[in-house]
Design a protein around this ligand. Sequence first.
Ligand code: UDP
Length: 324
Amino acid sequence: MNTLITGGAGFVGSHLAEALVARGHRVTALDNLSTGDAANVASLKADSRFKLVVGDVTERGTLLPLVEECDVVFHLAAAVGVRLVVESPVRTIETNLKGTEAVLEAAARAGRKVLLTSTSEVYGRGGKAAFREDDDLLIGPPTKSRWSYACSKLMDEFLALAFWKERKLPVVIARLFNTAGPRQTGRYGMVIPGFVRQALRGEDITVFGSGKQRRAFGCVSDVVGALIALMERDDTSGEVFNVGNDVGISIEDLARLVKSMTASRSEIVHVPYDQAYEAGFEDMERRVPDLRKIRRWIGYEPRHQLRDILERVIAHARAARPSP
Ligand code: UDP
């Protein structure tokens, strides 16, 4: 199978590229390297089944021939990370809306199936123990820029489902919950690489807010396995699936776990949200997926739990930055 991955040099995209090549598929990664990094796909550079094209999904001249050459499109290119979303809301909205519109339009012309990666942010502030794909969504007001990310990804979902309904474009939507693993950068605010870096450097481990907020972390290798399975099945078109891990942990417990697993002398400190992000920043108290649908449809079962993920992330961070 010839696959196109937009955002293929990003964290999830690069793991997806490796998994597809390992299964014998050909992969073209299209990435503008704004938050992606060619180093993420360095292991594939010499492989004749892999190609990195540096360009933007909104450049039609670049995108159209790549879509025509491939059999299926994994659309991962998007604005990424709460910090980037808060600091650059215009870029976030434009990247998410224009990029997805361009990809769906090109795929509809060429008749290629698309997997759109969406986000658990779309569930917003809903306080449920575990979110289901057909739940109502509770998004905060437009004066809080965080919610622009949720709304732009939600519009992407609507647009994708509209293409399925009106233009018969096969499209499947994967709502990724917090995903972690080697190569994820802490630059855009992601908590696990951030905590691991702080712990290894002996810097304060910064828990934002009360630290009682809960997240569930999926291992990137489990997540990309799910994306491939969702793409491979014909009956997933027009459907939305949660993807991640359903075992939650509070952020303060995560900080303690990282500290103990790295045997770090770092202090765990609390930083108010106003200082961490911006005045009036709103966080979600709880964000854990209900995975019953994806279990039922593709027999998905996360194989790696948080400790495994942290072990891999810590080993990767140590290898990238050997201690003096
Ligand atoms: N967080 C934290 N310290 C950090 C970075 C993040 O306490 O240095 C918190 C953040 O406020 C959120 C959780 O960790 O409650 C997960 O943050 P992340 O940005 O990784 O993903 P989110 O779930 O917010 O999309």
